[in-house]
Design a protein. Sequence first.
Lengths: 252, 261
Amino acid sequence: MSDLSRRKWIMTGLAATAGVSGLGVAARIAQKYGLIPPDHGGIYGLGETLTYAAQRLLTKHSLAREFPRNLISNPPFANEMPPLNDAFKHLQAGGFADWRLTVDGMVDRPASFSLAQLRSYPSRSQITHLACEEGWSYIAEWVGVPLSHILDVVGIHPQARYVAYLSIDPDWWDSIEMADAMHPQTFLAYGLNGNELPVGNGGPLRMRLPRQLGYKNVKFITHLTVTDSMKGFGAGLGSASPEGGYAWYAGI
Amino acid sequence: MARSGSVQGPLGASFPSSASAVPASTVTPRHSALVRLTHWITTLCFLALLVSGVEIVISHPRFYWGETGNDLTPTLFKLPIPSSRALVPTGYGYVLPDQNGWSRYLHFQAAWVAVLTGLLYMIFGLLTGHFRKNLLPGRADLSWRGFSAAIARHLRFERPSEAEAWSYNVLQRLTYLLVVFILFPLVIWTGLAMSPAFVSAVPVTVTLLGGQESARTIHFFVTIALVLFLLVHVVMVCLAGFRSRMRAMVTGQTRARVERT
């Protein structure tokens, strides 16, 4: 082996070592600033982490576009969904009068809200775009209560990191980090285009995050849990989506 | 010799550097190591993006213009293929299996690798003068004479001369410039314009294109253009000599016919 090629190998080795330790430091910093998604493992973990970290940093203060009223899609599109369970049908028969939103976990005052209570809080209305990962989309005016308001009412612990949101369908749940939970456009929607939110669009209560794709906007919300880790939820990947092969983060 | 001489004539004028580009020994690589590396990484990424992109399109093979579009709205056009979603009216009596989960993971992972590789290539190309020397056509080439000579050689399916194995003709140069500086940036831009999070931070990404569904439609057409490029590219490699062109892009070596003279 010539001197030149030996030097080349040593330099390559040094560069590789620096690269690996650089990655280690980067991973630690990313973890500290909440840039690593719960589904960061596996062969697609690198791409997923890059996407989440980049968009988390880029969208820190950004607001989803809001549209003029004349762009509202008429009629609003309602996607296919699995059959609703008996618990839902029972509540639906009663006009959702007994629908409850339970909030627990790392909160000072665990609570359970009726829809009437949620409607009594300051409401937020916004005309935003909902895009499905499949490729279709529609614009509608959504009305609801900001999630940050509910979190203020119950008082979250300082170490809280995620809000898990669960639907009446036990197979359908998701979570967001505090940055998304406290975002002014994240809200629990109960109205659509001036009416009560139709069941086909997630009524009576749907999580609405206009900066993420449709599947992150879980329908039929009954339960919020504030937590510092998603490890105890399902397979620990942050939501039901990664267990079905889909990414936890749906900003792209 | 007469034949190659007649080709060499206009070629000599076309490639001011072609004479000096043919090295005396085989040591100088036809393609630099960085060009070869980024070429093959991009190839792998493009195939991954293409397969996963096709899978994603199958879940909604309808295209629209503007901000919105769904099964209830008129389309710009529809692909005559079955879908992986039951609600899409395709006319086929069956629904394909859903492959979007892994397809989306793979699509974005490959996009990251492709974009980072592209950045490396861009920096390299600007620093080393690769674009200026190897891709920017010479002034003489941009005349009608230069064009018609190059097109005529292609229409006659003429095997490229030896000098051409060391350089690119004007059509190649313009095509590569189109792919590198127009099509790839456009496919990245339209891809980002479909991300609700990205456009919340940089709204002009989507407003300049006329809406999220317009972005998706343009993304599709740019992909078609890139696939056409890929097909022509592979056909031309085969016509020009598959083994020698592959050797040049893999090992950097090309058979230096200079030895024989």
